[in-house]
Design a protein around this ligand. Structure first.
Ligand SMILES: *[C@@H]1O[C@H](CO)[C@@H](O)[C@H](O)[C@H]1NC(C)=O
Ligand SMILES: *[C@@H]1O[C@H](CO)[C@@H](O)[C@H](O)[C@H]1NC(C)=O
Ligand SMILES: *[C@@H]1O[C@H](CO)[C@@H](O)[C@H](O)[C@H]1NC(C)=O
Length: 507
């Protein structure tokens, strides 16, 4: 999956700078394109290869000049190896599009086709070896991802002249739809009485392995963590929703030592369902022990009152709130985070996620709102208990009763409600975007109901202002359409650590 944004005639070429390897077994590249200009735009296209013996002549299934179609259409470039000799052949595909008379935009795609000699059975073997060597190179992340790219449709969104207007329109209709969608949902959305699943119920599914100690049932876990209510003091409210509350308070342990704690609880208006969801989600990271994970300290359940969930407190705040404060601090001067700080924060999240996945646990709701951060930019990931209530604009119902973090969900989670390590990677990409935008709302102009179609059309979050291309490339890869193409957290770790090393070298 590659993304090209051509906005108002300017090519955003971060994705074009990579030379993408094409494995020998892939013979055809597909490109999908569409003109949003409101009229067909003239194009000319050429394909050049450096070695016509190994590759032969590439074939296009469109004419070398013509007009960019007004609807989404696919064309293909076939690159069949001759099998005569082995070679890495550079392929340059150039498309010139005449936006206006005398104004031509040139798009250049560079590919490296790997051709192997076909005379022995070892051919394939050698090919695999040479690929795995590339995986081991320092450029591991780009190479690994690059290989995968060749399998997929490449969407070129050519939104030249018409783009500005279209976006304006999209924004307006998007907003209109939004309010409409909300009102229709509140008044007449068909609720499906047979569906017993809620977003919360995904957590109850055995996403983690059953041989794990974690398979202990909730009751048992709660029993182990139960503390007496009289040992807890609530001091001040830090965050408040319609039924959920987060307090700063203190807890006196068995030895009489008092420690500061954060208490998540609910008000008297909370329903039974909301309370059991609070417990369920609050216990999801129970018994984990990692420096970048916030683990629950204790639970207090007493008759006829909402439960208290206690977490250790060391001067941290909610990351989303923290980022928003950076943007609008009292002096009116935004404290922007440096790229180095952002990468460092991202690396902490990655390490926490590597640990979580090693424990066969999926988070399913990675986002700035579900992390905490202190003044020294030490990050911990937390559970998502109460987040739906405290950050209501981050969750949406799509016509059912599931309040889901739609704008953070991977395409397959959105469409089929499936979750995997790769869907956590997708959400991590959105978190990275939040870090670089100081917690802007992702896809703010897109109606939640339109998200799946929007993603399927190949659109993604745009590159934030001041976000380096390297960092945006990382995000974009997290949002690859197919889960297998997305990087793993280990690859992300290698990649961002390299990037971090480069950054400090030049400081
Ligand atoms: C081409 O069009 C773009 C966008 O309309 C404009 O900014 C640019 O100056 C034009 N270039 C030329 C050479 O006319
Ligand atoms: C595209 O334009 C460039 C510069 O104007 C020219 O050198 C190149 O040959 C053109 N390519 C095609 C495919 O027309
Ligand atoms: C070119 O090939 C693609 C994929 O095989 C196909 O979808 C498309 O319709 C073809 N286009 C033309 C103009 O034949």
């Amino acid at each position: 999956m590659e993304l090209f944004y051509v906005r108002n005639g300017t090519v955003n070429d971060y994705a074009m700078v990579f030379v993408v390897p094409v494995p020998s077994k892939i013979d055809t590249l597909h490109f999908t394109w569409e003109s949003f200009a409101g009229r067909p735009l003239p194009y000319s296209i050429s394909v050049d290869v450096t070695d016509t013996i190994a590759l032969g002549h590439p074939k296009l299934n469109i004419t070398s000049t013509g007009s960019v179609p007004m609807s989404l259409q696919t064309f293909s470039v076939s690159l069949p190896c001759s099998g005569v000799i082995s070679a890495d052949v550079s392929v340059t595909i150039q498309v010139n599009i005449t936006v206006m008379p005398l104004n031509i935009t040139t798009l250049t795609f560079n590919r490296k086709k790997i051709c192997t000699k076909m005379d022995s059975h070892l051919g394939n073997q050698v090919h695999v070896d040479s690929l795995s060597k590339q995986y081991k190179s320092t450029n591991i992340f780009y190479t690994a991802v690059g290989c995968a790219i060749a399998f997929v449709v490449i969407i070129v969104s050519i939104s030249l002249v018409g783009c500005y207007f279209k976006n304006q329109k999209l924004m307006r209709t998007g907003k209109a739809n939004n309010t409409q969608a909300h009102t229709t949902y509140l008044t007449s959305a068909p609720r499906n009485p047979t569906s017993t699943s809620s977003y919360g119920s995904f957590r109850r599914m055995p996403s983690y392995s059953l041989i794990d100690e974690r398979s202990k049932d909730l009751r048992e876990r709660i029993a182990e963590l139960t503390i007496k209510r009289c040992r807890v003091n609530l001091n001040s409210v830090i965050l408040e929703g319609t039924f959920g509350r987060v307090y700063l308070g203190s807890y006196t342990n068995d030895t009489g030592v008092e420690e500061e704690v954060i208490i998540k609880t609910a008000t008297d208006h909370a329903s039974q369902t909301q309370i059991s969801l609070l417990l369920q989600e609050g216990m999801s990271m129970y018994s984990l022990n990692h420096k970048y994970i916030l683990t629950i300290l204790g639970v207090s359940i007493e008759d006829n009152t909402a439960p208290y969930l206690l977490y250790p407190y060391q001067n941290y705040s909610n990351m989303k709130v923290f980022l928003q404060k950076c943007k609008s601090n009292a002096e009116g001067v935004a404290h922007t985070l440096t790229t180095q700080e952002v990468v460092d924060m991202a690396l902490q999240v990655i390490e926490a996620m590597q640990y979580l996945h090693k424990k066969h646990l999926l988070h399913k709701d990675i986002a700035a709102r579900n992390c905490i951060i202190d003044d020294k930019l030490q990050v911990k990931i937390a559970d998502n208990a109460l987040s739906r209530d405290l950050f209501p604009s981050d969750y949406h119902c799509l016509g059912d009763n599931e309040n889901r973090p739609v704008k953070w969900l991977a395409i397959e989670s959105l469409l089929h409600k499936t979750f995997s390590a790769s869907s956590d990677v997708w959400a991590f990409g959105v978190l990275l975007w939040e870090l670089t935008t100081l917690a802007q709302q992702p896809y703010v102009e897109i109606d939640p109901f339109e998200m799946a179609a929007y993603l399927k059309d190949g659109y993604r979050l745009a590159q934030p202002i001041n976000c380096p291309d390297e960092l945006f490339a990382v995000m974009a890869y997290c949002w690859a359409m197919s889960a297998e193409e997305r990087p793993t957290f280990s690859q992300l770790h290698v990649c961002l650590q390299d990037f971090y090393a480069q950054l400090i070298r030049y400081v």
